[in-house]
Design a protein around this ligand. Structure first.
Ligand code: CA
Length: 219
């Protein structure tokens, strides 16, 4: 597997690259969050540190999830429950606390890669959903051949729903993924963006409200 090893600490990063190479993988060392946002395309799985020099790993995860469904295993020294929950809600497939036992880490990387491979075809850069085409890389949307002018947040909202289409996505997941937190004030902001998104898509019934929980994309 091609594994993006996103780790700014050379001691840890080099040891991981050596260990993963030894068991037959092709690790690609990256030192900054920006590197993986630009270089995730060829990767089978991403191993993501949270303490990165250019941006927080949770922010990297949030941005990455609007671009790609590549499996992500978080590897970090942060072992508090809040960080774990935020990472998992934000779209991480697994979470391993440093120092990692290499055998276990290897197994978790394989499971994450396999699960994503078998349960999702949403790794495609372009999703065709009826007459709606979502370009996750170019960050644009066409409805019936006509470009829909979405704001950045509206696009992120759409991307979060379509990459998990058919699944019930909770309001908290969306708020965590797009705004980084799930405050009451954000909850109203989510409503405003949802209304705008639905109106711009003009396809009633594609985003179903699940009362008391969240939303589901159904095409
Ligand atoms: Ca670090």
């Amino acid at each position: 597997m091609r594994i993006a090893v996103v780790e700014d600490d050379d001691g840890v990063g080099d040891a991981l690259v050596d260990a993963l190479t030894e068991v037959g993988h092709e690790p690609v060392r990256m030192r900054r969050g920006t590197d993986v946002l630009l270089g995730h395309h060829e990767m089978d799985v991403v191993l993501l540190d949270l303490g990165l020099p250019d941006m927080d790993g949770l922010e990297v995860l949030r941005k990455l999830r609007t671009l790609s469904s590549v499996p992500v295993v978080v590897l970090t020294a942060r072992d508090d429950e809040r960080s774990v929950v935020r990472a998992l809600r934000g779209g991480a497939d697994d979470y391993v606390v440093k120092p990692a036992r290499l055998g276990e880490l290897h197994a978790r990387l394989q499971v994450a890669a396999r699960r994503r491979h078998t349960t999702s075809d949403s790794a495609a850069d372009k999703l065709v959903l009826g007459d709606i085409v979502v370009d996750l890389v170019g960050r644009s949307v066409e409805v019936n051949g006509r470009r829909a002018a979405l704001t950045t947040k509206e696009f992120e909202l759409l991307a979060n729903l379509v990459t998990r289409r058919g699944e019930a996505v909770s309001r908290e997941q969306l708020m965590d993924a797009i705004w980084g937190d799930a405050y009451v004030a954000i909850s109203r902001t989510l409503d405003v963006h949802m209304t705008a998104l639905r109106s711009k898509l003009d396809r009633p019934g594609t985003i179903v409200t699940i009362r008391g929980f969240g939303y589901r994309w159904v095409t």
